[in-house]
Design a protein. Structure first.
Lengths: 338, 295
């Protein structure tokens, strides 16, 4: 049946060519990283998606480790891998971690941590940017010892403090609109808390679910005339469309509030946010403990409590509202965007 | 297991099951169906639900498969009875399945509390038995579909895929056959979803998104190498393709390529393979490939 052999040969050749290219590209990268006589530590960072908050975690993580490395004469190299939302790629990344010589694995976001925790053997794992590690099956309790060689830092937006501040700044507002994607694990977890806290602060909550970025504009338009305040939870789908949401909200003069820093930077008025940079710092402190010999299972999972007030002064100007005096309380921990 | 080749084979075999369902739908039944995006997560969700409520493993897998078959039935019915195009009916049903799966799961991410199923202990284990289990699984899928296609009904479905018009000219209704074909294809897809979610230890609502396109790519890679002219090779090509797909992915990772660039690598490789296939076909018209080739 094999009448013509040449296509198979060409095929083999192309395969070879592509693999060779990949190999050479990779080789160049690894060459850059070596050539030093200091002691080196290699840290693999696995993440499931691309997100500015995650970049901040990594930034804080790296900054803390660099200063530790400098004072101990240790060179730290990183191997950052992003699965771009594909679990199959995540599986390959984890197998790649297993074969690699990394000393420690930092994993960000829930699906990434789940695959990493299940697939990695014999290497300590630190998770970060996760709201509920127990619900995700990563640890049975926050206190050590954990069943696996794993620990980490959780964060949840400081909702109680946020809503108290909202009430203080907008005492007359009653209905608060919330956009969220029911398909996101973290978003759903946070919504449960928001419902309770909104009630406690005498807000009536009006939820609108969206399933992708295309729905967001339509959902915002339908929601905006029935509400006094619009609130965006830590939801990737919603947060990705912040610019469009901000325009609609501003046109109707409905104050736009958010739960994360990036959204305020892009147009929301203000929020009390998780300090992702400092959760990176906390993760790095755990990493240092592990690198100095502590077993990851013996380290408590802690919650990153650091809060900062994030204010977009340009948005305040656009809405024609003066910056509230109650913000003075946060004078040491305030970030302004223009 | 610390072996690059074996580990890659493991994931390749795991995902070959979903590729097999795509070959069944696209090539055998001749139905370019995008329902698998939805039936994949539906199978994972239903089997998770059954498993968490303590049903036996047989029920877990049958339930997973039946849910996908039901989804496929709806797709075929929407296409045939409501005259919606094949592509669109698949997209519509898979959209609905996303919401339904979310309802079944209760939240967007759930993990197996007690992973005592067949596939739960493979990922991260040291022994080679996991690989054997996956080989047997892929083989069972292969054998089941292969022998089904030799039965009278299987032959009729193949005929339907090859030329739906010949049925119309003879005045034979294709409704029942299309429903059977599409529902079986989606049954395989949802069973695959059940297996893969057990392997990774959790169900995430996003796990089905884009799975059809990935599986289709694997199928095309396999076909461009095997040039299937009989049913055996037709069904072997998704398995081979899926393994090669995974091999390209893992090699790229191994040599330090950024994972976000992987999609471009795989796309370029697939286009090259298709080009080669096209060139050799022009030269050599006598080797006719089997199955519906309209997409």
């Amino acid at each position: 049946m094999m009448k013509n052999k040449s296509p198979l040969l060409i095929l083999a050749f192309v395969f070879f060519l592509v693999l060779a290219t990949i190999y050479i590209l990779g080789e160049q990268k690894t060459k850059k990283a070596t050539s030093s006589n200091m002691k080196t530590v290699k840290i693999a960072i696995n993440q499931f998606i691309e997100h500015p908050n995650l970049d901040q975690v990594i930034e804080g993580f790296k900054a803390t480790l660099i200063s530790w490395g400098n004072s101990n004469n240790i060179k730290i190299t990183y191997d950052i891998k992003n699965a771009s939302k594909d679990i199959k790629t995540m599986l390959s990344i984890v197998q790649n971690n297993n074969r690699g010589n990394s000393d420690l694995i930092l994993t960000l976001t829930t699906p990434s941590a789940q695959v990493t925790a299940k697939g990695i053997k014999g290497k300590p794992i630190i998770f970060a940017a996760i709201t509920d590690p127990i619900h995700a099956g990563l640890v049975k309790s926050l206190e050590s010892p954990h069943e696996r060689n794993i620990t980490g830092v959780t964060d949840s937006a400081p909702y109680e403090q946020q809503f108290k501040l909202f009430k203080k700044v907008f005492p007359d507002s009653k209905t608060i609109g919330v956009l969220h994607n029911p398909g996101e694990a973290n978003s759903e977890a946070s919504l449960k808390i928001i419902r309770r806290i909104a009630k406690e602060n005498a807000f009536k909550i009006k939820e609108v679910p969206v399933s992708n970025i295309n729905d967001v504009v339509l959902a915002t338009k339908s929601l905006i005339s029935d509400i006094d305040l619009l609130y965006l939870p830590a939801d990737n789908t919603v947060v990705s469309s912040i610019v469009a949401i901000a325009k609609i909200a501003k046109a109707k003069k409905v104050p736009l509030l958010a739960s994360d820093e990036g959204s305020v930077k892009d147009g929301a008025l203000f929020t009390l946010g998780v300090n992702y940079y400092s959760s990176g710092v906390e993760a790095a402190k755990k990493a240092i403990l592990i690198l100095e010999g502590t077993n990851a299972s013996a380290i408590h999972v802690t919650k990153s409590e650091s809060v900062r007030l994030i204010v977009n002064s340009k948005s305040f100007e656009k809405y024609g509202i003066p910056i509230p005096e109650s913000f003075n309380k946060y004078i040491d921990n305030i970030v302004y965007y223009k | 297991m610390d072996n690059f080749l074996l580990e890659t084979l493991e994931i390749g075999l795991l995902y070959s099951t979903i590729s097999l369902s795509i070959v069944f739908l696209f090539r055998v039944v001749g139905f370019p169906d995008l329902t698998p995006d939805g039936s994949f997560i539906l199978g994972a969700a239903v089997s998770f639900y059954l498993s968490e409520n303590g049903y036996s493993l047989i029920l877990v897998y049958t339930g997973g498969m039946l849910s996908g078959m039901l989804a496929g039935t709806i797709t075929a019915y929407v296409h045939k009875k409501l005259n919606v195009s094949k592509l669109l009916s698949g997209i519509l049903v898979s959209l609905a399945l996303y919401s339904i799966s979310l309802r079944i799961l209760g939240s967007s991410n759930k993990y197996y509390e007690d992973n005592q199923n067949v596939y739960g202990n493979i990922l991260g284990s040291e022994s080679i038995s996991g690989l054997l289990i996956l080989m047997v699984t892929a083989l069972l899928f292969f054998i089941a579909v292969f022998f089904y296609l030799q039965t009278k009904q299987g032959l009729l479905i193949r005929a339907l895929g090859d030329s739906e018009d010949s049925f119309k000219y003879r005045g034979i209704s294709t409704l029942t056959l299309t429903i059977i074909g599409v529902s079986l294809g989606n049954g395989i897809a949802s069973l695959s979803g059940a297996i893969i979610s057990q392997y990774q230890g959790f169900v995430d609502i996003s796990m089905g998104v884009g799975i059809t396109i990935g599986a289709l790519t694997a199928m095309v890679i396999g076909e461009s190498i095997l040039r299937p002219y009989n049913v055996f090779l037709l069904l072997a090509s998704p398995i081979l393709g899926s393994i090669i797909f995974q091999y390209i992915l893992a090699t790229s990772l191994e040599v330090g390529l950024v994972p976000t660039d992987l999609k471009a690598v795989i796309s370029i490789m697939t286009i090259l393979l298709l080009y080669l296939q096209f060139k050799s076909q022009k030269k050599n018209t006598s080797t006719r490939q089997i199955g519906n080739r309209s997409f």
